[in-house]
Structures are given as C-alpha cells and as structure tokens.
Design a protein around this ligand. Structure first.
Ligand SMILES: Cc1ncc(COP(=O)(O)O)c(C=O)c1O
Length: 438
C-alpha cells in the first residue's frame, strides 16, 4: 500500500481507541530503530512516550526479534495445559526478580486481563468480594479492569460492579491541606483509607489495588511511608495488596519493579507492557507463595487460550535478559537524573508549568492557567478547545512524540535513551511550553 492508502484504509476499516473517529489521520509508520521511528516520507520521530509506555527497549531490538523467530521455528502455539519451555523459564525468571514472598506466575494477554485475574484470585483466596482502587487510576478497559479504573474512562461501564469502592490518591499537589512533610501526608491518606475500609466492612474487603505509581493519570508518586501504611492496613485486616505494575514495572522507575523503591512486598503483582516491550503482547499476575499454595487444593478458576503464549514468553525472556545484561537500570537512573534536572528548570522558567513529577524515566509535566490557584490548563475530563491536543500536535511537528492526559504531558522515553538524545528532545518541549499562555 502507498502511505495514503494505509491511512485511508485504516480510517475506513479500523475503529481507533479512545477517539471520535471523524477526522483521524494516523501517521503511516514504516520502521523504527532505538528511540526513533519514521514514516514513509522519511520523517523521523523520537518516541518520547515509548509508544504506550511499553516499548521500554525501543524499536527494532535484534535480541528480541531473534528470540521470537527462533521460537516460531520450534512451535508457535501450544495450549496452556502442556509444559512449555518459554512459559516455564519466563515464570522462573520473573519469580526470581520479585521479592521472596512471591511464588508463582499466571500469564495473561495484557494488562487489563492481568488485573481481572488478580482480583479474581484475591476474591477466591479471601472469600470476600469488595475491591478498593483509586480515583486517579487506569487499570485497563475490560469490564472488571475498567471498573477498577477511577478516571473518566470508567464512565461508559457504569453502573459499576457492586463492591468496587474508590478512594483518593495521595495527590499532594492538588490537596487543599498543606502537609508539613511527606510522612505527614502519608499518615493522613493512610488514616482516611483505614477509616473507609472500616466503614465498608474490613472483613468484606478482598483487595486494595493500586498502580504503585499512578501512570497515565499523572505520575503520582507515593509519599514516604504511604505504601508501607497501606501494607499495614492489608496486614491488619487480611486484605490482599495488589500492585499494578503494568506501566511502572520493568525498569521504568530505575528499579525492576516500581514497588522496589519502597519497603513493601505486595501479595499480587500485575504486569504487562515492559515484560515483552510490546514485541508480542503479554501480561501476567505474580502471586505470593501463600496464594500459590491455596490453589494447590482449590481450583484456580482462571484461564485464557493464550495464557503463556510461546512467542510472547520467548520475547519476555529476551527482554528480561536484555534489561540485566545491558544494565538498562543503570542507564535509567543516570539519564533519569538529567531528566529531573531539565524538568525542574522548565518549572522555574515557564509560568504554565504547575508541577513536574518524575522517577527514573517516568515523568509528567502538569500545566496550569495560574500557578497560584493551580487552575488546570484544561478542566478535568475535558478539553473542549483542543488545547492539549494542540500542544501534542506542535511537539509532533518537531518530531517529539508523546501523548497528554488531562492537563499533563507525559515524558517516558525508551529506557535505552542516551543523555544526548534526551537533551536534544527536551529542547523541543521547552520551546513548545514557551508558547503556552498561562
Ligand atoms: C497501570 C496500567 N494498568 C493496566 C493497563 C491496561 O493494560 P492493557 O492496555 O495492556 O490491557 C494499563 C494500560 O495503559 C496501565 O497503564
């Protein structure tokens, strides 16, 4: 197809996610290498969001491609009831990367069904039905994961599933209370959560589900002591702590898993995206040894035709090897430090920047009309004049590809980005922010 045919056929026959379909004009992509991809005219773009924060090792990674090819030559598919080397090996590698309380892995197709299965397992294990999750969150678009989700992408699924309860995130920037310290903020949010759990009937709550670090809803990083406080609530009432590591996992924050930045061990960990960097889709749930043992004598009522797909698991093994053998986390920590410095400088320079939040190579720039009142550049859940869309469009024209959410611009490049590449791209963001009228 010619590039024009690709775009025309795509808009004629494909329904595109999260969009009004009229007027869409997808860029026909021809190829990619490292942090860049290019269209048919040869225009090169820097992938500053790692696509959907999944392409952690960038485009065209030879080791991953070869691993998929090698596995395809052996067998492309085998039902989950058979023994499969790539599925067994990847599960073992993942358990070894996790804390010592984690025992087994159940593979899924992606992040949403990882969360679906995590809550199913927590409910079966505890015999309870209520599930807590946060307002500023995204956990996937299927019915269960969409009901866990707190942000407006939940609305089309309402009325919601009975027993799904929402609580507030530790979103200090937008909290009317001025806290003396991060610890004081944590004490407040944890106390409120404990109160809410008690009001809901603590013996009815199966799980508290959290993105360890809220991703697409604005890189909300838990203050010191917060996750430890939630862990304590879970321990006190026999509730399962589920960390959604779909976005924060696999090196994004400078640790293999986001929760490893704090002193906690979740009972269940859902993951996807960076496990295969999107080369083949894969997700999964890692569960504690206690939960794994429970299913020795109780039926694990979960199943998917493609659970542990051999090609996906082969890609996963190659990715995990690449993260460790190429010391990718060291790069995240080094380049991430520079990213933080650049973002702080932008906050000083541009009136429209209300806040910058970052950890590793996981960052958001929160834009405001007024720094004092913190009035967001666009109202919550809306962008009637296409302001954010316009900013992302200007960045794209300069070859800086990312996406926005609410009044925030996401910066999450592939974890292999060099310092030089980062500086070059961030200049483009600086220029575009300079044009925003606060
Ligand atoms: C934190 C988090 N959880 C779950 C999901 C859903 O993953 P998927 O789109 O692979 O179903 C996403 C997707 O962006 C996510 O960011």
């Amino acid at each position: 197809m010619t590039p024009e045919e690709i775009t025309r056929t795509s808009t004629t026959y494909n329904l595109q996610s999260w969009s009004k379909q009229k007027g869409l004009n997808p860029i026909p992509v021809k190829g990619g290498e490292g942090i860049y991809f290019w269209d048919h005219s040869g225009k090169k773009y820097a992938d500053m969001s790692s696509q959907l924060v999944n392409l952690n090792l960038g485009h065209g990674n030879r080791a991953i491609i070869d691993a998929i090819k090698d596995q395809a030559e052996k067998y492309c598919y085998i039902s989950p009831s058979y023994g499969s080397e790539p599925r067994a090996e990847l599960a073992k590698m993942l358990v070894e990367l996790m804390p010592d309380n984690i025992g087994k892995v159940f593979f899924t197709n992606a992040g949403a069904d990882a969360n679906e299965n995590a809550i199913k397992m927590a409910r079966m294990y505890t015999g309870r039905y209520k599930v807590f999750s946060r307002y500023r969150s995204y956990h996937g678009s299927t019915f269960g994961a969409g009901n866990l989700t707190g942000e407006p992408r939940r609305y089309p699924l309402e009325p919601g599933i009975p027993g799904f309860v929402k609580f507030f995130d530790p979103y200090i920037y937008r909290e009317p209370i001025e806290f003396a310290s991060e610890e004081a903020a944590s004490a407040y949010y944890v106390a409120k959560l404990r109160e809410q759990v008690c009001y809901e009937g603590s013996d009815k709550v199966a799980a508290i589900v959290m993105e360890t670090i809220t991703g697409s809803n604005g890189i909300i990083i838990p203050p010191k002591g917060y996750l430890e406080g939630v862990r304590k609530i879970c321990d006190d009432y026999g509730i399962m702590m589920i960390c959604d590591e779909v976005m924060a996992g696999f090196g994004r924050t400078g640790k293999m898993f986001g929760f490893q930045n704090w002193n906690i061990k979740p009972d269940l960990v859902s993951f996807a995206k960076g496990v295969t960097c999107g080369y083949v889709q894969l997700g999964g749930v890692a569960v504690s040894k206690k939960i794994a043992a429970f299913f020795d004598d109780n039926v694990l009522s979960c199943g998917l035709t493609y659970s542990g797909h051999p090609l996906a698991c082969a890609a996963g093994i190659a990715c995990v090897k690449y993260y460790t053998e190429h010391k990718v986390l060291d790069n995240v920590n080094k380049v991430g430090k520079t990213l933080g410095e650049i973002l702080e400088a932008m906050k000083k320079k541009h009136e429209c920047v209300g806040d910058v939040r970052y950890i590793g190579l996981f960052a958001a720039v929160e834009l405001v009309k007024n720094r004092k009142t913190k009035e967001p550049l666009v109202p919550y859940g809306k962008d009637p004049d296409g302001v954010m869309k316009g900013l992302v469009g200007k960045l794209a024209q300069k070859g800086f590809m990312t996406y926005s959410h609410e009044n925030m611009i996401l910066v999450a490049p592939p974890l292999i980005i060099t310092e030089e590449q980062l500086r070059e791209e961030m200049k483009k963001l600086d220029e575009v922010l300079g044009e925003v009228k606060a």
